[in-house]
Design a protein around this ligand. Structure first.
Ligand SMILES: Cc1cc2nc3c(=O)[nH]c(=O)nc-3n(C[C@H](O)[C@H](O)[C@H](O)COP(=O)(O)OP(=O)(O)OC[C@H]3O[C@@H](n4cnc5c(N)ncnc54)[C@H](O)[C@@H]3O)c2cc1C
Length: 469
């Protein structure tokens, strides 16, 4: 960390001794991202314990022209929570603001501080017989504030929507240090512009989320989970249609996994095994859930699978018969990001195209990448039910690697995405990693409007500079 004793002293006056990260080794965890792709330096790292403390820190920084970097659980995939290497920024890490303020089962809503870990909120909702459906592999570390700031998606978007759909109200500290209290738990509110939407997916560039009111749903009492082998992505999309006919809106997850992905998990994740005797090019991990127990959901799932088998859509399938089996199937999907990380250098993306166009897109994008980068290893998986793929790639082991490899792969992939009217970021956001790509993919008018919003709320450009725009 850079050394500015005067600044440190003034920050300590606001957040106290416990609110300052002074130890260099501890600081390193706040200055490196999960992928280990970004490293930064900071003038200080503070851990405020209240909205008032966040506001006072922001006011101090705004007055002194010091850049601010909001940080949640630091599980983001695009370097959005990592300071630049100037050493001038103050990192505001939200982990001490982790209270669950209220779980209101009658209104199906919960109020939480931004530093609350997602899994803790899920557990608090479950204790009241409710479900907070946002679910992702990083749920044991990521925080609600980070989920809001990235408009996180995950595995249940198909049924429950993104964080945006799950957010009723917010409290945020603005770049000048004032506090905006929009902590409403209303289902309908058309009284003017919906200001919370600016902070949802704003990646900490417009203010710091300090509290949120989120929607809860009835608890799921019965689930069935299936891993199905399919020969093509087209068959996977056909299976989604079939299961929809049989299971309707009870489908909460519909995940695509390629054979290469499964191989990586089997290689790098302990205690995993291939549930099938024969390899398939693609797999679908799907889950259905019912709010009542003892219904016919399992029968309907089986009927859908049977029909899909008879039509050659599905070539093999296993349905979990126990919680342990369900967890084993999910382990094959959820440890995939870790397995890819174990391979070293990787290009990662989280693109989206319309669900019906996914098969053609996958074929086209794979063709384009293999033509430009012979031997590149495509590692494709994702939330097929939402048209959202992690279309990742590992370099050819036998070819020399240019320093711009990742950028060049991104250029080819994102051109293909544009050709299919897709998005270069379905859920992870832009951060530092995709800024140049955003400029290429959005129209002039979109970029101009975004810049005007940023300029209006943060005229000095101190709130998470160098991110998103
Ligand atoms: C194994 C793994 C699996 C993942 N799976 C998914 C997935 O399925 N779906 C998905 O959407 N994401 C996924 N992610 C990415 C990541 O978990 C999400 O983006 C998550 O929402 C980030 O939350 P965080 O608290 O870690 O935020 P951070 O990484 O700390 O920050 C992310 C961004 O939000 C800003 N920010 C953080 N807190 C605040 C705040 N209180 N106020 C304002 N801005 C703030 C930061 O400045 C930064 O720009 C995965 C990550 C990992 C490591």
């Amino acid at each position: 960390m850079a050394d500015d004793p005067h600044l440190r002293r003034r920050l300590r006056d606001i957040v106290g001794e416990r609110g300052i990260v002074a130890d260099e080794a501890e600081a390193a965890a706040y200055l490196t991202d999960w992928r280990r792709a970004f490293r930064g330096r900071a003038a200080a790292i503070v851990r405020p314990a209240s909205t008032e403390e966040v506001a006072a820190v922001v006011k101090l920084c705004a007055g002194a022209g010091i850049p601010i970097v909001p940080q949640g659980g630091n599980t983001g995939m695009c370097g959005g929570a990592i300071a630049d290497d100037s050493g001038r920024s103050v990192v505001i890490a939200m982990g001490r603001m982790n209270r669950i303020v209220d779980v209101d089962a009658r209104n199906d809503a919960a109020t939480v501080e931004a530093g609350c870990v997602l899994a803790d909120l899920q557990a608090a909702a479950a204790r009241e017989g409710r479900l907070f459906p946002l679910s992702l592999a990083a749920e044991g570390s990521c925080q609600i504030g980070g989920n809001v700031a990235t408009n996180a998606g995950g595995i249940s978007v198909l049924r429950y929507g993104n964080t945006r759909e799950l957010t009723l109200g917010l409290e945020a500290v603005l770049p000048d240090g004032r506090v905006w209290n929009g902590l409403r738990s209303l289902r309908k509110d058309n009284a003017g512009y919906d200001l919370k939407q600016l902070f949802i997916g704003g990646e900490g560039t417009l203010g710091i989320v300090t509290q949120a009111v989120v929607k809860l749903h009835p608890a799921i009492l019965e689930r069935s989970t299936v891993l199905a082998a399919v020969a093509t992505v087209d068959a996977a999309v056909a299976l989604l249609g079939r299961l929809r006919e049989h299971c309707g809106d009870t489908i909460s997850a519909f995940e695509l996994v390629s054979r290469r992905c499964l191989d990586l998990v089997l290689q790098h994740t302990p205690a995993t095994r291939d549930p099938f005797a024969h390899a398939s090019a693609w797999y679908v991990l799907a889950e259905v859930g019912d709010t009542r127990a003892g219904g016919d959901l399992r029968d309907r799932l089986e009927a859908g699978l049977l029909g899909a088998g008879e039509n050659g859509i599905v070539t093999d399938a296993v349905i979990a018969e126990s919680i342990a089996q369900r967890e084993a199937l999910w382990r094959l999907r959820e440890t995939l990001p870790e397995a890819i990380r174990a391979e070293g250098l990787a290009f990662r993306s989280d693109i989206a195209v319309a669900v019906g166009r996914v098969p053609a897109f996958v074929e086209a994008a794979e063709g384009d990448l293999l033509r430009e980068f012979p031997g590149i290893r495509i590692v494709c998986f994702g939330h097929l039910g939402d048209g959202n793929l992690h279309f990742n790639a590992l370099p050819n082991r036998d070819a020399p690697l240019s320093s711009d490899w990742g950028r060049d792969v991104g250029r080819v992939l994102y051109d293909a995405v544009r050709g299919y009217d897709g998005s270069i970021s379905a859920e992870h956001g832009i951060g530092q990693a995709k800024r140049a790509a955003l400029l290429r993919c959005k129209s002039e008018i979109e970029i101009e409007l975004m810049r005007k919003v940023k300029q209006m709320l943060d005229p000095d450009g101190l709130m998470n500079p160098g991110k998103l725009l």
